[in-house]
Ligand binder design. Structure first.
Ligand code: RIB
Ligand code: CA
Length: 302
């Protein structure tokens, strides 16, 4: 399958991009970048760095720097680190972004691969919403959107009600859920079942010196953040699980519901059931050992 990952790398984004590169079922045809874990320029730099490390010849198209309607945005560096890669404080600029914006690239690729292209959005949904606005046929042209985001009838991780990707651009997310796109939401309901331990990162580093070793290196900061919020067993695989849902949706327990996202108030950024909205598929669970096992097996071979 032809896949574009829309990303804010980001420690777990890095695992997701490495996994996509490793899976034989995926032809990674592009990375589009967005603000979120990092400023968007850092997201683009990090995406190009990862592509170079993987030896993946994929274009990087830079997208939104701000949430819809916002005049500023500052990442919370305490989760993924000041440069988005944990303790690493210098990430070299390798190559350059393509001239198209993320939305332009997404629209063009969906049109060129009508009904076939899959997009895996693992950051705020601003670029996806921008693409829907740029081309009214984007929703029909795109084969499938899979997102890491949301928490369906479950607590959030950035507020008691909201998951971070949805929270960071609630208006864009609400627009996407109203669009009628074929959509699988892989939210905290599933991703909190797939924790990665320090020992598992060490195994990755042993098995795959360059890629696994890099992921182990950037995991330390991220693991310590999760320990600081009481999740001591490990860090959630989050974004990589969304990549697995692109290829193996049958491994997930899926329910269908229409969703809306409040754009203000206490439940800003929540993903609430709304029967007036087009149905989307929501991952409520996954075979966790299968998921973490396949991720480790795939990346260990890089
Ligand atoms: O809530 C988890 C999500 O927020 C992940 O995509 C992580 O990378 C951050 O962007
Ligand atoms: Ca992310």
């Amino acid at each position: 399958m032809k896949l574009i990952i829309d990303t804010d790398p980001g420690v777990d984004d890095a695992i997701a991009i490495a996994l996509a590169h490793a899976l034989p079922q995926i032809d990674l045809v592009g990375l589009t970048t967005v603000f979120g874990n990092t400023f968007v320029a850092q997201s683009s730099r990090n995406a190009r760095y990862l592509a170079d490390m993987l030896g993946a010849d994929v274009p990087v198209a830079q997208g939104a720097a701000l949430p819809w309607g916002a005049e500023s945005y500052v990442p919370s560096a305490n989760v993924h680190g000041p440069e988005g890669f944990g303790e690493i404080d210098v990430v070299p600029e390798i190559g350059r972004n393509i001239d198209e914006t993320a939305a332009e690239f997404l629209v063009r690729m969906a049109r060129e691969h009508k009904g076939e292209l899959v997009v895996c959005a693992i950051g705020p949904l601003t670029n996806i919403a921008d693409a829907l606005k740029l081309d009214p046929e984007f929703a029909q042209n795109l084969g499938q959107l899979v997102i890491m985001g949301g928490a369906f009838e479950a607590p959030g991780n950035i507020t008691p009600h909201a998951e971070a990707n949805i929270y960071h651009d609630a208006a864009a997310a609400d627009f996407v859920f109203a669009s009628g796109l074929s959509l699988i939401m892989v939210g905290l309901n599933a991703t909190l079942q797939t924790l990665l331990t320090p020992e598992e990162f060490a195994e990755l580093g042993q098995a795959s010196q360059k890629v696994g070793g890099f992921l182990e290196k950037i995991s330390h900061f991220y693991l310590s953040f999760y320990r600081s919020v009481g999740i001591t067993e490990g860090c959630p695989m989050h974004d990589a699980l969304a990549v697995l849902a692109c290829v193996f949706p049958e491994k997930f327990t899926l329910v269908e519901a229409g969703l809306r996202v409040p754009v203000d108030g206490d439940d800003l950024g929540a993903t609430l059931k709304d029967d007036s909205r087009p149905k989307v598929q929501i991952a409520m669970g996954v075979e966790a050992a299968w998921a973490t096992g396949l991720m480790k097996q795939s990346i260990s071979a890089l």
